[in-house]
Structure formats: C-alpha cells, structure tokens
Design a protein around this ligand. Structure first.
Ligand code: SIN
Length: 202
C-alpha cells in the first residue's frame, strides 16, 4: 500500500511542499501552514528533465536528504474530493514527470499553529536515473542558469524558492539555498554585462 493510500483513508490529508509547491501548489486545498519537517535537509541534488530542464541538460531541483537537520516549507490540507484530485494531479507532476516517490513525514506547523501532523511528501532518491547528487554551489548555479524546461526556467525555480524563504521564514538561514542563489545571480550579472558589450548574442 502506498503512503498516500494510508493517509488519504482518513478523509483529510496534509501534503508537505519544500520546492515549487511552496509557491505554486496548483491544486485546491482547505488551508495551508508554513512549518518544517525534522530529520531532513533540502538539497538541489535532483535532476529534472521535464519541468526545469530536458534530457540533454536536466535542471537542478530540490529533494530531501535524511540528516539531523530540518527543512522549512508549506503543508497543504486537502479534504473531501480535494484528496483524490490533488493526488491525481501530483502523481503526474511529481512522480511521472518529476521522478519523485512518496513518503510520510511529521510536519510541525510554525509558531504553535497546532500539533505536528503526518504529511505526505515527494522525495527523489539517488537510485532515480535523473538524480545528480552533490556539487559545489557554483556548479549547481551554473547548471541552473543554463537550464529551461516545459514549466519554465530553472532560475525562476531557484529565485522563487529563495524568495519564499525570505518572506515566510526570515529567521531561517538556509545556507545551501542562499549560496546557490548568490552564485546564480553573480553568473547572471556577468552574462548581462557580456550581452550589453555584445560579447554574447542575446
Ligand atoms: C515540481 O513540482 O516538482 C515541478 C514544477 C515546477 O518546476 O514548477
């Protein structure tokens, strides 16, 4: 039995997002809460050959890696018909196209907004064929700046996630995410300057 079948049987299901879901869930939900899960760090270690890259050059997107750390994001509660609708939608978006598998984690809403709740999460594991693994912030940024997929540019994914963290969790220093953002912005400004000088065709 899949984790989602166990949780969905309760009539209410929480889904934890820590990547593009935080700024673009694109499914109907009853309510959402910012919060964190313990025991995982978020890393740009998964390769994406659909949404933010292609087969020739997979984009770099986030997954969760088990470690004594915590990862902040948003959990969405779906109820009634929303449960089946959201699972059907996410199965295509996250599993079929994204290569993620499901797991159950304990979600802690921020600022005492209720007790921890079990939540479904989509995670990419190293045995996935498009998994890319660790690299330096600059190498990850270089790939992100170079990649675009059917959903949009990989830079949009990075910047929106960093913006979410600054706006919704300003007290959290997500060093991995912010170091890649800095490296990507530096690369983009060099590209822009080169374009202005005519060294790189626009
Ligand atoms: C995803 O949810 O993993 C992909 C969607 C996106 O990149 O916007």
């Amino acid at each position: 039995m899949k984790p989602q079948d166990v949780l969905a049987g309760r009539g209410s299901l929480w889904i934890f997002g820590y990547g593009s879901l935080v700024w673009k869930p694109d499914f109907k939900y009853r309510r959402s809460e910012v919060g964190h899960v313990k025991g995982y760090k978020r890393r740009f270690w998964h390769g994406d050959n659909f949404h933010r890259g292609d087969d020739d050059l997979p984009g770099r997107v986030v997954t969760l890696i088990e470690e004594r750390d915590c990862t902040w994001g948003v959990a969405f509660e779906v109820t009634g018909a929303q449960v089946a609708e959201s699972l059907k939608y996410l199965d295509v978006r996250e599993a079929v196209r994204g290569g993620y598998v499901t797991k159950v984690v304990e979600f802690h809403p921020r600022g005492g907004h209720g007790p921890p709740v079990p939540a479904l999460v989509y995670i990419a594991t190293p045995d996935n064929p498009t998994y890319l693994g660790p690299a330096s912030p600059d190498d990850i940024a270089a790939r992100i700046v170079a990649c675009r997929g059917k959903t949009g540019h990989n830079v949009e994914y990075l910047l929106r996630l960093a913006e979410f963290m600054r706006a919704s969790c300003p007290e959290v220093d997500d060093a991995h995410l912010f170091s890649i953002e800095v490296a990507a912005l530096a690369r983009l400004s060099v590209l822009l300057i080169s374009q202005k000088r005519g060294a790189v065709p626009i």
